[in-house]
Every structure is written in structure tokens, then in C-alpha cells.
Design a protein around this ligand. Structure first.
Ligand SMILES: [Zn+2]
Length: 149
């Protein structure tokens, strides 16, 4: 059993944990990003330039979120993908904070804040999922193959 597997719940649906449970499960950085809707500094996380193949999993619950197959270099300094790993991997919410209208992206399973999605990405979707590296954990054993999700 891999490390990622051991934190995965076998039951479908969402995971509800108290703030205290999240605090003890996550590092302070991870907690701030995923539960307090933080945004890491551009180019601060090595995943923005990560080239290894694999599945980027949720740091909160281990759910597969983004495949390396859809990762591209957006030049923004954040890990960027043009599509989530599956249609049910992430949920999207309108975010009107900071006087901007953006679409927030969260893990569909545990509601961790991941980043935002913008409509200026490459083909075939035209979407740019701009994700905090801290919210992700690359599982390079999964090879990014959607069939291994
Ligand atoms: Zn999650």
C-alpha cells in the first residue's frame, strides 16, 4: 500500500474533518493554503517546473486531481494544468474576494482550496487551472495514466 493509498477513503463522497483535525494532519503551510484559502508566492514551489510523469494528488485526502499529461508551462510560476484528472475530481466556485471575479477550484472530495481556473489556457480545453503546489502531492508511481486513478 502506497503512502497516498493509505490516506484515501474507500467510500465515495466528501470528507468532513474539523479544523483541529486538519491542523494536526497538515503542515502549517498546507493548512494555510488548503483550509484558509492561501496563495503561495509565484515560483515558490518546485512543482511549477516539475516535469516528472505522475498523478498530482490532493495533499488533504490523496484524491487524484491532475495528471502530468495535462500539465504545461504557463510561465506564471504556479503549477498549471488544462484539465482536471476527471470530471468529478474538482469542484468550482465563484470567488468575488479581492474585488476580482475568479473561479475557485477545490478538491471535490475534501473541499481543500487548490487554486483558481482561468479561461486563457491552451487547447484542447482553453482552461488554465492555476494550482498551489503546496496543495498537491505528485505520485510518480501512477505515471499520470487516467486508467490508474
Ligand atoms: Zn482532497
Amino acid at each position: 500500500m502506497s503512502k497516498a493509498e493509505s490516506t484515501r477513503k474507500s467510500v465515495p463522497g466528501t470528507i468532513a474533518m474539523s479544523e483541529q483535525e486538519w491542523r494536526s494532519k497538515l503542515t502549517p503551510d498546507q493548512y494555510y493554503m488548503t483550509r484558509r484559502h492561501g496563495t503561495e508566492r509565484a515560483f515558490s514551489h518546485p512543482y511549477h517546473a516539475e516535469k516528472r510523469a505522475g498523478m498530482y494528488r490532493c495533499v488533504g485526502c490523496g484524491a487524484p486531481l491532475f495528471s502530468s499529461e495535462t500539465k504545461y508551462d504557463s510561465g506564471t510560476g504556479w503549477p498549471s494544468f488544462y484539465a482536471p484528472a476527471s470530471e468529478v475530481a474538482v469542484s468550482e466556485y465563484e470567488d468575488r474576494s479581492f474585488f476580482m471575479r475568479r473561479t475557485e477550484v477545490r478538491c471535490a472530495k475534501c473541499d481543500s482550496h487548490l487554486g483558481h481556473v482561468f479561461p486563457d489556457g491552451p487547447e484542447p480545453t482553453g482552461a488554465r487551472y492555476c494550482i498551489n503546489g503546496v496543495a498537491l502531492q505528485l505520485d510518480s508511481s501512477a505515471k499520470g495514466d487516467k486508467n490508474s486513478v
